[in-house]
Design a protein around this ligand. Structure first.
Ligand code: BGC
Length: 348
C-alpha cells in the first residue's frame, strides 16, 4: 500500500471513530428519553392539594401507575413562586416529564424556561395557559376540558328544570331570580362558565332577573359565607343558584341548611364537576344537577401522554384514544348529570 493509501485508511478510520462517538454521546436523544433501564419518573405539582376536584383528579392519576413508574407529587399551596422552585427541583431530581397545575395560569414563564433548559416536557393540566405561552416550545402540552361546553350544559340543565317545573318560580312573577357563585377571577373556567350558563338559560327561553354575583374562589366555605349574605338580603327572593363548581353549590346548600330553611323553600341549585360530594348531593335531591368534569378521562390522558413523552414519543400516538387539537391539547368532553342518570356516575 502506498503512502496515499495509508493516509486514506487513517482518515476513514478517524471518521468512523468520530461517528461512533457522536452516536454514543447523543444516545439519550435517540429514541429513549426515560431515565434508562425502562423506568419513568413523573413529577407533578398541583396549585392546591385541598381543591376537591384537583385532589380527586390526582387520585385517579395515581391509579394508573405501573410498577416501573415513579410519581412524585408536590403541593404549591397557591404560590407560583413555590411551584417554580418545585419544578426546578423535579428537573434536578431527574424527572422525565412534569405535570403542572399552574397556580397563576398567566405566569408560566419560569416553568417554561426551566423545562426548556432541562429539556423536560411539560403537561399542563386543569388550569390553562394562554396560547402564546404554550406555543413557546414544542414540548408543552395541555390536558383539560372545554369550559364553554360546561357553561352551556349547566345553562341547559337549569333551563330544562325551570321550563318543566313551574314551582321553581316561587313568587310566580314569570321571572327566575338567580345568583351566580363564581370561581377564581382570572381562571378560564370561571369567566367562561358564568357567561355561557347564563346566556344559555336566557336563549332557551327562561326569563331571568339577576339578584347577584359573588366570587367564592371554588371554595365551599367562602360560598357558604357569600350565600348567607344573599339569604339575609333576600330571604325568599332567590329561585336559582348557578355555581361554577360543585363545592360552591354545596356551600350554597350549607348556607340554606344553617339558616334553618326547609328544602322546599330552597332555590334550584346547580354545580359543575360531579365530585363525590357533588354527586351525593344530586342523588339526595339537594342539588338539581351537575355537569360531569371527566377526571378519569383527564387522568388517563395525562398519564398516557407522560409515558409517551418520557420515552421520547409523540402525542399523536394517542390519536386513536383522544382528540388532539393543534398537536398540543387534549380536552375531554363534559356530561350532564341529574337524578335520572346519577347511577352511571356514582359508580365510576
Ligand atoms: C374545577 C373546579 C376546580 C378548579 C381548579 C375547575 O375546572 O371545576 O372545581 O376548583 O378547576 O383549577
Amino acid at each position: 500500500m502506498g503512502q496515499r493509501g495509508i493516509m486514506k485508511r487513517i482518515s476513514s478510520l478517524f471518521l468512523l471513530t468520530v461517528l461512533a462517538m457522536a452516536l454514543v454521546l447523543s444516545g439519550c436523544d435517540v429514541g429513549k428519553k426515560d431515565s434508562g433501564n425502562g423506568k419513568v419518573k413523573i413529577g407533578v405539582t398541583v396549585y392546591d392539594q385541598y381543591d376537591t376536584f384537583v385532589s380527586q383528579l390526582m387520585e385517579c392519576f395515581q391509579e394508573f401507575k405501573e410498577d416501573n413508574v415513579e410519581i412524585v407529587v408536590y403541593n404549591a399551596s397557591q404560590s407560583q413562586q413555590t411551584q417554580n422552585t418545585q419544578v426546578q427541583k423535579m428537573i434536578d431530581d431527574g424527572c422525565d416529564v412534569i405535570c403542572v397545575n399552574l397556580v397563576d395560569r398567566t405566569d408560566p414563564t419560569a416553568v417554561i424556561d426551566a423545562a426548556k433548559k432541562g429539556d423536560v416536557p411539560i403537561v399542563f393540566f386543569n388550569r390553562e395557559l394562554v396560547e402564546g405561552d404554550i406555543n413557546q416550545w414544542n414540548k408543552l402540552f395541555y390536558v383539560g376540558a372545554n369550559a364553554v361546553e360546561s357553561g352551556i350544559m349547566e345553562g341547559q340543565l337549569a333551563a330544562t328544570a325551570c321550563l318543566a317545573d313551574k314551582s321553581i318560580d316561587k313568587n310566580g312573577d314569570g321571572l327566575i331570580q338567580y345568583v351566580v357563585l363564581e370561581g377564581e377571577a382570572g381562571h378560564q373556567d370561571s369567566i367562561v362558565r358564568t357567561e355561557y350558563s347564563v346566556n344559555t338559560l336566557i336563549s332557551s327561553g327562561v326569563e331571568v332577573e339577576k339578584v347577584g354575583y359573588a366570587i367564592a374562589n371554588w371554595n365551599r366555605a367562602q360560598a357558604q359565607t357569600k350565600m348567607s349574605q344573599f339569604i339575609d338580603q333576600y330571604p325568599d327572593g332567590i329561585e336559582l343558584v348557578l355555581a361554577n363548581n360543585d363545592d360552591m353549590a354545596l356551600g350554597a346548600i350549607d348556607a340554606y341548611e344553617s339558616a334553618g330553611i326547609i328544602r322546599s323553600k330552597w332555590p334550584a341549585i346547580f354545580g359543575i364537576d360531579g365530585t363525590d360530594v357533588g354527586l351525593e348531593a344530586v342523588r339526595d335531591d339537594r342539588m338539581v344537577g351537575t355537569v360531569y368534569n371527566d377526571k378519569e378521562g383527564q387522568a388517563k390522558a395525562m398519564y398516557r401522554l407522560c409515558i409517551i413523552l418520557a420515552r421520547g414519543g409523540d402525542i399523536t400516538e394517542l390519536s386513536d384514544e383522544f382528540t388532539i387539537d393543534d398537536g398540543k391539547y387534549i380536552r375531554l368532553p363534559y356530561d350532564k348529570v341529574t337524578a335520572t342518570n346519577i347511577n352511571l356516575y356514582i359508580k365510576r
